[in-house]
Write a protein that binds this ligand. Structure first.
Ligand code: MG
Length: 504
């Protein structure tokens, strides 16, 4: 048998694994959008069965044999085939190294942990969640050790992080964060000392949800969201769910009095959706056919949300459209006023409501604490106080109770340790990529003033979307932007914004 025939076998096997995962994803989408509430236990069973099937196929001796054969004759593969092999081997290695028993214990611990977290959060009482978090942390340490973490001076955090951001290490993150922390804190202080508050009334009023959605759809159309390959539905949490470049679904929610949750949510998820719609159809159902990483995915949503839809040129283009769609807002549809309202900076306790400047400080707080928890430098009973102290140090605000502090996020209850940093990587990559796009497309922002956003989508499609995970994430961003990512572009963007809006 030659390598070409083996490669075909790999694609066949991978196509089936990918189909099972997509069936799962579609049922998850259904659960969040239209499933009746009593369907949960039935659905949990189906999802568990499908997970088991995909895992079985991935870890099967047949798949192992295909990969071993290709590994042996690697020098005969072209660069794209090598990328497929790398991605497939990576997924299989992780699946094989973690014993099924550990997977099942983790699944149980997080199911119970999630329920306990919800109760604890309702009562603002961390002690109700503590025993569950202890078990989850123990299992995550075990998982990390299975994947080569711990011992030999190897960080327990790195294998967990690598799950979400291939190739990223805690040492590299430390470096990126250390470049961010001081300048971000200084920016937040400048805003505070300016004593200025921005007027939010241009986004507020008695706002018909249907009209909010209609306006959001206009923006998505301008972004190049393909409605023949996508749809929008209501859900409790906004998310994007991709089932192949021809079927990408986003969800939205709204407030009746403020258009920002609906609008910026739709643009954010729309950015994720453009990535999924822009994946190369020729790579569909192959190992390197999906997104490069969570950080790169988040960079696409943040870029559209923060660099485009919160910019002055964008509002110069869209202010008249907003005025027509939602005339009953309190404030004027003046581009300057809308730009200022969209750029409000106000340190707050809750991450998901945080502004562009303080958001990354929320992430730094979680990154620090989860590393200390994993390495047992911080003991669990001390966690709520450590959270509150660090919140005061980094953000200048102190939670009044555990619900506003340590219990606010779902991630740890889900066992998602190492996930938070991908949000900041997304912000860094977004600013870095946008700066490169502006260099490559000198008329970019002039186009925004005429609501012409398509050239940006084309640039992103060419530089990022169509490549799938052929290149590792940091290299993909480096090649797209012509330089490795650093905090510089993000900081320059935020400096500029704070100067213009707060005159500080
Ligand atoms: Mg996102």
């Amino acid at each position: 048998m030659n390598v070409q025939e083996k490669m075909k076998e790999l694609f066949q096997a991978w196509g089936r694994i990918s189909d099972v995962s997509r069936a799962r994803a579609l049922l998850e989408w259904d659960q969040e959008t239209v499933m009746p509430p009593s369907g949960i236990p039935h659905r949990a069973q189906v999802l568990a069965t499908l997970s088991g099937l995909a895992h079985e196929k991935l870890t099967s001796p047949e798949t192992g044999e295909i990969l071993a054969f290709l590994e042996e004759r690697k020098e005969e593969l072209d660069p794209l085939e090598k990328a497929h092999l790398r991605e497939a081997a990576r997924a299989r290695e992780k699946a094989v190294k973690i014993p099924r028993d550990l997977v099942e214990r983790m699944s149980r611990a997080t199911s119970l942990g999630l329920e306990a977290w919800k109760r604890a959060r309702e009562r603002a009482d961390f002690s109700l969640f503590l025993p569950h978090l202890k078990e989850i942390l123990d299992l995550k340490r075990e998982e990390s050790r299975c994947l080569g973490g711990g011992g030999d001076g190897k960080d327990l955090y790195d294998p967990l992080l690598d799950d979400y951001e291939p190739g990223m290490t805690s040492a590299r993150l430390e470096e990126l964060f250390s470049g961010l922390q001081g300048p971000l804190s200084a920016l937040a202080a400048r805003v505070r000392e300016s004593g200025r508050r921005v007027d939010l009334s241009p986004f507020q009023g008695d706002l018909d949800p249907e009209a909010q959605l209609a306006f959001g759809r206009k923006v998505l159309e301008a972004m190049g969201f393909d409605f023949r390959a996508g749809r929008i539905d209501r859900a409790v949490h906004p998310f994007c769910s991709g089932h192949g470049p021809g079927d990408v679904r986003i969800t939205w929610r709204y407030s009746r009095t403020d258009i920002r949750p609906a609008l910026f949510g739709l643009v954010h998820e729309g950015g994720h959706a453009l990535y999924e719609q822009g994946l190369d159809p020729a790579l569909d159902r192959t190992p390197a056919g999906g997104a490069a990483s969570l950080g790169v995915h988040e960079s696409q949503s943040r870029l559209w949300e923060n660099l485009v839809a919160r910019s002055l040129p964008f509002w110069e283009g869209f202010a008249p459209v907003l005025e027509k769609a939602l005339p009953r807002r309190k404030g004027p549809a003046d581009p300057e006023a809308l730009f200022r309202a969209a750029g409000e900076v106000r340190p707050s306790l809750i991450r998901v409501e945080a502004d562009e400047v303080t958001y990354n400080l929320h992430i730094l707080l979680r990154f620090r604490l989860e590393r200390e928890l994993l390495s047992e430098r911080l003991s669990l009973p001390d966690l709520p106080a450590a959270w509150n102290d660090l919140s005061e140090e980094l953000l200048g605000v102190r939670p009044g109770n555990d619900a506003e502090g340590v219990l606010q996020d779902i991630h740890w209850a889900m066992g998602a340790l190492g996930y938070f940093p991908t949000y900041t990587l997304g912000n860094l990559y977004a600013a870095h990529l946008f700066e490169a796009a502006r260099r490559d497309l000198p008329d970019l922002e002039e186009g925004f003033r005429k609501r012409e956003l398509l050239p940006l989508r084309e640039w992103l499609r060419e530089k990022i979307h169509r490549h799938g995970s052929v290149l590792p994430p940091e290299r993909l961003v480096t090649e797209a932007a012509g330089a490795p990512p650093s905090p510089e572009a993000l900081l320059a963007h935020l400096e500029n914004k704070v100067s213009v809006i707060y005159g500080a």
